[in-house]
Write a protein that binds this ligand. Structure first.
Ligand code: 6PG
Length: 256
């Protein structure tokens, strides 16, 4: 399949710790940009382990967190597991423990996916409706997040857009419950119309175990069913890959 034009920005840092700092700085820059224009700052957080150092840095570094009016920041999630918020696998739970519980963010600014619902479909539907309401969308419109944070699995998935799953092709709904056979479970995920409508999308990728996939996603054949991270191409926004030395070990083109 012909790769759509993509000229990703790539910022390489040495370690996972530096990745967390660079990501926290990007968060503050993007938030100040949005808030200084008198607007809210809307961000969709990523789950997984990579963003932990970023969230912890934002929560514990006053030189960063003192720069923001947190009442203007609204948190959403790019994906979530089908578990309660206090479950160890909850992406909301991880963000709450490492960051939200330590910052003056009003509870009404935290828009989590209700993973505790028995019905995954109902939780996804409610989240979809919540996005439409919050952003004041007309039918057919997608929300424009100021910032979407994404991770990438070694299998090329991002958010909970896993290879060969139904959600990859969803073009109408903003969020779905995506059945993941290998987990024998649903995962909630924002869909590509939302992710690709953001002003900024920042991937955080760390570790040697991601090196082969990162090289494939960035410079290999365009096969989005196999490598869903390739689906992420902001229509009218910026795409930045924040990566560490381990993850860029195999990059054919060594970016400047
Ligand atoms: C999740 C994430 C997922 C994650 C990647 C990378 O719910 O797990 O949203 O897409 O970003 O799996 O995870 P790590 O950062 O743990 O490598």
């Amino acid at each position: 399949m012909v790769r759509p034009s993509l000229n990703p920005e790539i910022q390489i840092v040495a370690t996972a710790e530096e990745l967390g700092l660079a990501a926290a700085r990007q968060f503050v820059y993007r938030a100040r940009e949005a808030i200084v224009e008198g607007n809210l700052f809307t961000v969709a957080l990523s789950g997984g382990s990579t963003p932990k150092s970023m969230y912890s840095r934002l929560a514990n570094d006053p030189s960063l967190n003192s720069q923001l009016s947190w009442h203007s920041v609204h948190f959403f999630w790019g994906d979530e597991r089908h578990v309660p918020p206090d479950h160890p696998d909850s992406n909301y739970g991880m963000a709450y423990e490492t960051m939200l519980s330590k910052l003056p963010v009003p509870p009404e600014n935290v828009h989590r996916i209700k993973g505790e619902y028995q019905s995954a479909g109902r939780a996804a539907y409610e989240y979809d409706r919540g996005l439409r309401k919050f952003f004041g969308l007309k039918p057919g419109q997608a929300p424009r997040f100021d910032l979407v944070l994404l991770g990438m699995g070694a299998d090329g998935h991002t958010a909970s857009l896993f290879p060969g799953t139904k959600a990859l092709r969803e073009q109408k709904r903003l969020a779905v419950a995506n059945w993941i056979q290998r987990f024998n479970a649903y995962r909630f995920t924002m869909t590509t119309p939302v992710l690709n409508h953001a002003a900024w999308v920042i991937f955080l990728v760390s570790g040697e175990e991601k090196a082969e996939m990162l090289s494939e996603v960035l410079y290999g054949e365009y096969q989005p069913e196999r490598y869903p991270a390739q689906l992420i191409r902001p229509v009218n926004g910026r795409l930045l890959w924040l990566v560490d030395n381990g993850a860029t070990r195999l990059l054919r083109v060594h970016p400047s």
